[in-house]
Design a protein around this ligand. Structure first.
Ligand code: UDX
Ligand code: UDX
Length: 454
């Protein structure tokens, strides 16, 4: 019987392994993490991450063929296949500061694997890594090993948070990169056979290691580029009276363009897009391709500009001062259906309003008060005032403006008449996600603004 170990019980490792365990009851899947608190949460009734459908899947397999543990070494020793899903944040020090991926966790994992392994193992890179990371892994594994044989595969995860379970059960494709040697091909086939239990063979693509590693970075760069493209046009819509949703709909009907990822917003967030594009930029610079690096840098630049543009619009519209004004924020996560706040546009928007001496009152259906305060810690200076409310109506009480920063479905169902009546006059709404009906809000009495709408 095949035993699987996954190192890293995060947004990628947790859901991915839960689905593998569910689809293959004959396999044993153990997820390990250095963070004991996180493992305890995975073993409790309140999972550390919110993802629709995840709790049910975990509950069905946990204790049967799905286990969460802090015993990294023993789990590695027993495993045939080891998935590496540790974080690879942007480096915040030294060479490549602010761009290159920090691969120290990947490397330390490789050293532990090499140190404790005796039998043969397949090592699978799940984390998004700079192209050529597999080479580093191989070198560390082979120069430290104790008689074990390793095959390194790249199997990047394309799931999006909020739809992770659906994306895992029914992916557009599964990508597996490996060495073209007989042993490499055998390892690829072992992994492909696991996925083939629920994914049609024609959706399982196999490539060499470098194509697989690079494809993940490129897929995220292309997706982020679409958002920056539509966001750049949103600014032009506001100047010209064109409506961004109408433009997106019209261009999206062209099958060559397609309708997905054309939703204008305050800017993309999440743990991957910015990090992966920066990583791509760094790679291009490393390989002496400055023009290519600059091309992709614009995608990130446009995203930062969009966030800043939104904050400036709020201050300008509120008669050029938000000092001491209560401003309600609906949604703090980087998108709906998740409690993840990494790189959320809400962080930048809130910080800039705090700097302008506003009193910011935040409501999010899934993000905890602790988490919100952690994210804003840097922005809260001496006089910064932030409050977290567990009720959207309380958050809006006596406020001058409401900002919608995450597209949660439940925001649409709020009683905006009630909200309007509890606010200061004039009452403003800034919809950073174009989820609310601006015309309806205006008919209540609000002064309402959307992205790319005038
Ligand atoms: C991470 C990366 O951010 C992403 O680039 C990659 O594609 C997949 O892995 P995610 O699962 O969202 O994504 O990260 P995170 O939620 O931070 O989970 C990583 C986990 O690894 C953490 O729980 C951390 O404690 C754990 N970890 C990290 C280890 O167990 N060992 C380490 O050495 C480092
Ligand atoms: C992304 C990729 O979609 C996924 O394939 C990859 O594995 C990891 O990175 P994720 O970051 O979870 O997934 O969320 P995604 O749905 O891509 O959204 C990223 C950001 O873009 C969010 O802030 C979202 O609100 C924003 N977005 C998305 C838009 O502003 N407009 C859109 O049309 C789509």
């Amino acid at each position: 019987m095949i035993k699987i170990c996954c190192i890293g019980a995060g947004y990628v490792g947790g859901p991915t392994m839960a689905v593998i365990a569910q689809k293959m009851p004959a396999l044993t899947v153990t997820i390990v993490d250095l963070n004991a608190e996180r493992i305890a949460a995975w073993n409790s009734e309140v999972l550390p991450i919110y993802e629709p459908g995840l709790y049910e899947i975990v509950k069905a397999s946990r204790g049967k063929n799905l286990f969460f543990s802090t015993d990294v070494k023993n789990t590695i020793i027993e495993a045939d296949i080891i998935f590496v899903a540790v974080n690879t944040p942007t480096k915040n020090y030294g060479i490549g500061l602010g761009k290159a991926a920090d691969t120290r966790y990947i490397e330390s994992v490789a050293r532990i694997i090499a140190e404790v392994s005796t039998g043969n193992k397949i090592i699978v890179e799940k984390s998004t890594v700079p192209v050529k990371t597999a080479e580093t892994l191989k070198e560390i594994l082979t120069s430290n090993n104790h008689g074990a044989e390793f095959q390194v595969l790249s199997n990047p995860e394309f799931l999006a948070e909020g739809t992770a379970i659906q994306d895992l059960i029914n992916p557009d494709r599964v990508l597996i990169g490996g060495d073209p040697t007989p042993e490499g091909k055998k390892a690829i086939e072992t992994l492909a056979a696991i996925y083939a239990h629920w994914i049609p063979r024609e959706k399982i693509l196999t490539t060499n290691l470098w194509s697989s590693e690079l494809s993940k970075l490129v897929a995220n760069a292309f997706l982020a580029q679409r958002i920056s493209s539509i966001n750049s046009i949103s600014a032009l819509c506001e100047k010209t009276g064109a409506d961004i949703d109408e433009v997106a709909n019209a261009i999206g009907k062209d099958t060559r363009i397609g309708s997905k990822f054309l939703k204008a917003s305050i800017g993309f967030g999440g743990s991957c897009f910015q990090k992966d594009i920066l990583n791509l930029i760094y790679l291009c610079e490393y390989y002496a391709l400055p023009e290519v690096a600059r091309y992709w840098a614009k995608v990130v630049e446009m995203n930062n500009w969009q966030k800043q543009r939104f904050s400036h619009q709020i201050v300008r519209t509120l008669f050029s001062t938000v000092a001491n004004k209560r401003i309600a924020v609906y949604g703090f996560a980087f998108k709906k259906d998740t409690n993840d706040t990494r790189e959320s546009a809400a962080i930048d928007v809130c910080r800039s309003l705090i700097e302008e001496c506003a009193e910011v009152v935040i409501y999010d259906p899934k993000v905890t008060q602790f988490q919100i305060m952690e994210c804003l810690a840097q922005g809260i200076g001496k006089n910064g005032r932030v409050q977290v409310e567990s009720c959207p109506y309380h958050a809006a009480l006596q406020s001058h403006a409401i900002l919608v920063l995450t597209e949660w479905e439940q925001f649409k169902a709020l009683d905006f008449n009630r909200i309007y009546n509890s606010m200061q006059r004039p009452a403003f709404v800034f919809d950073g996600r174009n989820t609310l009906n601006i015309t309806e809000l205006c008919s209540i009495g609000f002064r309402a603004f959307g992205i790319g709408k005038s």
